[in-house]
Design a protein around this ligand. Sequence first.
Ligand SMILES: Nc1ncnc2c1ncn2[C@@H]1O[C@H](COP(=O)(O)OP(=O)(O)OP(=O)(O)O)[C@@H](O)[C@H]1O
Ligand SMILES: [Mg+2]
Length: 353
Amino acid sequence: MNILGIETSCDETSGAVLCDGNVSSNVVSSQLCHTSFGGVVPELASREHERLIVSIIDTAITEANITKNELDVIAATAGPGLIGAVMVGLCFAQGLAYALGVPFVPVNHIEAHIFSPFIHEGSGHNAPEGAYVSLTVSGGHTLLSTVAPDLSYKVIGRTLDDAAGEAFDKTGKMLGLPYPAGPVIDKLAQKGDPTFHLFPRALTSQSQSSKSWHGNFDFSFSGLKTSVLTWLQKQSPEFIERHQADIAASIQAAIVGVLVEKSIAAARSRNVMAVSIAGGVSANSALRKAMQEACDKEGMALHLPAVTYSTDNAAMIATLAWLKLSRGMQAERNYNVAPYASFAAGTKKAGLK
Ligand SMILES: Nc1ncnc2c1ncn2[C@@H]1O[C@H](COP(=O)(O)OP(=O)(O)OP(=O)(O)O)[C@@H](O)[C@H]1O
Ligand SMILES: [Mg+2]
C-alpha cells in the first residue's frame, strides 16, 4: 500500500510516501520568511505553503520512485495548527484523493507526534512493543500520555500555560537568539555550564511548593520565562554576552530537568517500563541524554524518533494513517480543518474521533 502523507500545520511544508509501512521519501521545507519577525506569521505561512505544495509533493512522489497513479491513500494533517496553513494541505490532499479516486485519511498532528517512534525506514525501527509513557514536547504542546499496545492513549498531564518549545524560543529571544531558538540554545549550551544559575523548575520536587507535586503530571513554564526575564534585566549587557552559553545551558537544564523528572515519575506511577519522547523539543541533545540516563537508572526502555522525525514532517502523518488503516480504521472522503483539535482527558483511539 502506497500512502502519501502531507503536513502543513505550521511553518514546514512536507510530503512523504510510505510504501507498505516503510518511508520511501520524506521531503521537508522549513519556511525562512518568519525569521525577522521572531515567530511564525500565520498569513505568510499559508502563502508559503501554497507556493511550495505542488513541488514538494511532486518531489516526494518522484523520490519514492512511483507515480501519482500508484498512490492508494492520501493522508494529511487536519489539525491542530494554524487554520490557513492546515487548510492548504488538507484541501490539496482531499482534492488529489478525489481526482485519483482513492481514500483520504485525516490525521491529528499531535497524535502523529505521539506515534512518531513507530516511523519505519526499512532498516529496522525503534517502535515500542508494550505500554509506554509518551512525552510529547513541541512548539505548541507539552503532554504526558500513557499509550497502550492497541494504540489507545490517555493524556495524564499537560502544560498549564506555555509549551516547552515556546519556553526555549521565548527565553532564547530574550538572550538575543534568532527564531526558533530551541536548536540554537541546544548548540550554545554545549559550551556552557548548566549549574551557572538555578532557574525555577515549577511543579517538581525542586519547586517551592514541592509537597504538592507528587502525582501531578502537569507542567508550567511561564514562571521560567518571567524568571529569566527579571534575572536578565538585573545583569549588564557585557555580562550577558560573556556568559551567553552558561545562561543558555542553565535555561536548558531547567526545562530538561522538569521534563525528565515528570516523565519518569509518570512511568513509575503507571508501572510502565518504557518512555518515549516526540515533538520538536525531542531533538534536544541534552534532553535525549538526560532521559536516556534516567531510563537506564530505572531499567526502563527509551524510544526516540530519529532527529529528522522529531520536528514537523509528513512521514509521521503517513505512518499514523498506516497504523490506523492496518488496524481496521476506516478512511473518509471529506474532513474539515480542526485548528483546535483537542486532547480531552479519557482514553482515545488514535484518530480524530
Ligand atoms: N534541538 C532542539 N532543542 C530544543 N528545542 C528544539 C530543538 N529543535 C527544535 N526545537 C523546538 O521545537 C519546536 C518546534 O517543534 P514542532 O515543529 O514539533 O512544533 P510545532 O509543530 O510548531 O508545534 P505543535 O507540534 O505543538 O503544533 C520549536 O519550539 C523549536 O525551538
Ligand atoms: Mg509539531
